[in-house]
Write a protein that binds this ligand. Structure first.
Ligand code: NAD
Length: 495
């Protein structure tokens, strides 16, 4: 680390110095049944951060069995929402107290800026508190007025719920998954991504420390094809939630389908920003540049297709190019850095190869990306802008890096059609000073989320989810999400 880097806290050094980070099942740290491990690396330097147990199918099956027993035998599901809330608020308090520790671990493990990692930790805390309060105010017995019958619906937690999580927002997404599930009284098995398992393992230990009963929160680190597949294949899971790529989402859904286990999928995206000629150009350019460089473009709901109305196309693009050229690329722990590394060598290669493929198949280079040298080792890329036909591979497929694809449009209807012409359906945004037009366009987006004069706006209480290849099963972050973690039973007595 250099002089502007944040010094690592002693607790972080101690956590990282552990020989092998085990999985966490039934309140115990465990190693893989065959002793296998994998290494997690600092994306900013490429150096080893920690060694982690690589759990096998039999370990995962044990975690599901444990979560099943904890649900059936322990008091977790039978506690009132208020009593469970005491535990969960304590967990949120404990995370708050250790916010900087977890933020440092998260920043080192996924290469995200320390400041952004702090926001992610705060988001986990807010998610936990949001679902605690919501569950306390939810009626679990709903009488239904029907003629000549006494009828009600009762809400019960399902049982063990599985969560498979990607590497881009490991801690935040862990919170989005487990908070509603636990608040409703379910038990959880979490499979973090192999690139970024550390913050999830840390929180499992904290859960034990604050008195959450053993078996309620289990973490099974390991490879997707092994630990992830075992989790999604296990018929003991009562509900499954997967966040990641559409390719793997399909595999998980197939497994769950075979067992008839309900599954929620939060998948990738290829969002558009539709920019009209009446925008405040510097302001819109600044916001879109901030969005595409946020977490080095590794954000599912990012605007990666910028559709710009013809009269301002050149001016708008020039504004963006100037801003992107000025972005300070560097080590994620350096407070002056504006854009850190991508998460891994594989992701680095993916971004570079999309730039190559895009140009080979006819895209024009507006701002050349490529490898960024920072003197730290690690996996750095420069922001890039391509332009041309929206049939180009770089305009159609999710790159997951700081790359936007530009195209001009003439009429309002053209902009909307171009935005919707994608198999993805996560998030699009519209930019104009004409709010009526913004509302009209946003309502017609063929996506789960539509934003006006902003991008990447996700707030508790507003459902966030995708349609088409971006997801199915309800989304996250709202009252509906909490309801997903209860099963209903209708009870009827003829009068
Ligand atoms: P990925 O699909 O490769 O992996 C996601 C998780 O699935 C990891 O934990 C991985 O180990 C596991 N996995 C891999 N193979 C598996 C298998 N055969 N069976 C079961 N599990 C398996 O995705 P990624 O590269 O980690 O993350 C990037 C993707 O996630 C992007 O497409 C991004 O858009 C998407 N994403 C979506 C959202 C959302 O809310 N919609 C949020 C974040 C990321």
């Amino acid at each position: 680390m250099n002089s502007t880097d944040s010094p690592l806290l002693p607790e972080v050094k101690k956590f990282l110095s552990k020989e092998v980070h085990g999985g966490f099942i039934n309140g115990q740290e465990i190693q893989a049944s065959n002793g296998d491990t994998f290494e997690t690396r600092d994306p900013g330097t490429g150096e080893r951060l920690a060694t982690v147990a690589s759990l096998q199918a039999d370990d995962v099956d044990r975690a599901v069995e444990t979560a099943g027993k904890a649900f059936a035998n322990a008091d977790w599901a039978r506690l009132s929402a208020n009593e469970r809330g005491v535990h969960l608020q304590r967990l949120a308090d404990a995370i708050e107290t250790r916010k900087e520790i977890i933020a440092q671990i998260e920043a080192l493990d996924c290469g995200k800026l320390l400041e952004q990692a702090r926001d992610d930790v705060q988001n986990f805390i807010d998610t936990m508190r949001y679902f605690c309060v919501l569950s306390q105010n939810l009626s679990l017995h709903i009488p239904i007025p029907v003629k000549e019958h006494d009828a009600s619906v009762f809400r019960h937690p399902w049982g063990p719920c599985g969560f498979i999580i990607p590497w881009n927002f490991p801690f935040l997404l862990c919170g989005w998954g487990i908070a509603p599930a636990m608040a409703a009284g379910n038990t959880c098995i979490v499979k973090p991504a192999e690139d970024t398992p550390l913050s999830t393992l840390y929180v499992a230990h904290l859960a034990k420390e604050v008195g959450i009963p053993d078996g309620v929160l289990n973490v099974v680190p390991g490879y997707g094809e092994t630990a992830g597949a075992a989790l999604s294949n296990n018929p003991g899971i009562r509900r499954m939630s997967f966040t990641g790529s559409p390719e793997v989402g399909r595999l998980v859904a197939e497994n769950c389908g075979r067992n008839l286990v309900p599954v929620k999928l939060e998948l990738g995206g290829k969002g558009a920003a539709v920019v009209f000629d009446d925008v405040d150009i510097p302001e819109a350019a600044e916001k879109l540049v901030t969005a595409i460089t946020f977490h080095t473009g590794q954000v599912c709901c990012d605007a990666t297709r910028w559709l710009i109305q013809e009269p301002i196309y050149d001016t708008f693009v020039n504004e963006c190019v100037d801003r992107l050229k000025a972005v300070r690329i560097g080590y994620q722990m350096d407070e002056e850095t504006q854009m850190g590394p991508v998460v891994s060598k594989t992701q680095h290669q993916r971004v570079l190869s999309y730039l190559e493929k895009g140009v080979e198949t006819g895209a024009e280079i507006v701002l050349e990306g490529g490898v960024a040298g920072t003197g730290h080792g690690g996996h750095y890329v420069k922001p890039a802008l391509l332009a041309g036909s929206l049939d180009n591979v770089a305009a159609r497929e999710e790159i997951f890096g700081p790359v936007a694809y530009l195209a001009p449009f003439k009429e309002e209807s053209d902009g909307l059609t171009m935005a919707n012409n994608t198999p993805y359906g996560l998030a699009n945004s519209v930019w104009s000073q004409d709010i009526e037009r913004c509302n009209r366009i946003a309502a017609q987006f063929d996506s789960g989320n539509g934003w006006i004069n902003s991008h990447n706006v996700v707030v508790h209480g507003v459902p966030y989810g995708g349609i088409k290849q971006s997801g199915m099963g309800g989304g996250v972050g709202s009252t509906e999400t909490l309801l997903d973690y209860y099963r209903n039973i209708s009870v009827i007595r003829p009068l």
